[in-house]
Design a binder for this molecule. Structure first.
Ligand code: GLN
Length: 305
């Protein structure tokens, strides 16, 4: 049996030389103020054990990691017909790119780039009776914490400067791939991104994806094992935008990053892991977070490959 606590403590020392590299996502003003030198990591096993190191109990902004929860809700609502409105191919472009969306007539490449998640937000707005309440109820049940919430200050701060996301949403609307009012979709999307969790809560939330052979049913959101397996496939191929290949090469686990500096990943059947360090590389992924996960799968020899 691997001593995960010792592995995590070693990793937290090994990534120290990287501190100072990269910077916070300052295009969202509220995230620029987060202490850039935080580092936390937590593993939660399918057997119910958890192992932590560093600032693992401090909450941070999930940002694009929430897109995984949005996909779970939309797959449960729409099933396979979801794929008429959003693709499942890696984009190879930045998370906020407009380039493919124009050429591909308003059908986003995948649900984990901003364009795709804006479509997911629209689907939830048209299908859920109380979108904000229903979504957070699902996320709370998934992570087992009733205090997890939207951070409206972060959401407002992003919303005020969301010019690029507004352009994407308008292009989607032009192509009739958004039904609701564009402003409402942007509001809900930024709220979804503003949800905060700590590493332990995030690892717990992703355990349901690591446990893909178990029943997935949380606050009315139900998925079959096959659907969870397929969500993991999309995390593997699309979870890191134009660095999905690099993450797959270095780490070898399905996962999802966010510009808050968090990364959640799963080792199917065994554990989920969350890591947080706010300093990002040029692709918007956490520098220390990626290194920490690379060290984890290298040291333990546990990856899907
Ligand atoms: N809310 C962020 C945005 O739309 C999410 C991006 C991310 O985490 N990659 O720009």
């Amino acid at each position: 049996m691997i001593n995960y606590k010792a592995v995590l403590d070693n990793i937290s020392k090994a990534v120290e030389p990287l501190s100072g590299q990269g910077r916070n996502a300052d295009y969202i003003p509220a995230l620029a103020n987060v202490n850039p030198d935080k580092f936390g990591m937590c593993i939660v096993t399918t057997g119910g054990k958890s192992f932590e190191t560093g600032d693992s109990a401090e909450r941070f902004s999930l940002q694009s990691i929430s897109k995984v929860f949005a996909l779970a809700v939309c797959l449960s609502l729409r099933g396979e017909s979801l794929w008429k409105r959003v693709g499942k191919e890696p984009s190879g472009t930045a998370f906020n790119s407009l380039v493919q969306l124009e050429v591909e007539h308003g059908v986003p490449r995948n649900p984990f780039i901003n364009a795709g998640a804006l479509v997911l937000a629209d689907i939830m707005l048209t299908s859920l009776e109380h979108p904000e309440e229903d979504f957070i109820a699902f996320v709370r049940e998934l992570c087992g914490s009733s205090t997890v919430n939207y951070n409206l200050e972060v959401a407002c701060s992003e919303r005020k400067t969301a010019y690029l996301n507004a352009a994407i949403a308008n292009l989607l609307k032009f192509h009739s791939n958004i039904e609701c009012d564009v402003e409402r979709v942007l509001d809900f999307y930024t709220k979804i991104c503003s949800i905060e969790m700590n590493c332990k809560e995030l690892a717990k939330a992703f355990l349901a994806f690591a446990n893909h052979k178990e029943k997935f049913s949380y606050a009315g959101v139900s998925l079959t094992s096959s659907q969870v397996k397929r969500m993991n496939a999309i995390m593997q191929t699309c979870g890191f935008y134009d660095e999905a290949g690099e993450f797959s090469y270095l780490v070898g686990l399905p996962g999802k990053s966010g510009v808050g500096g968090g990364i959640a990943a799963i080792y199917p059947g065994c554990y989920s892991v969350a890591v947080w360090s706010p300093r990002l590389n040029s692709k918007g992924n956490s520098i220390m977070g990626m290194k920490a996960l690379e060290l984890l799968t290298t040291e333990t020899m546990e990856s899907i490959f």
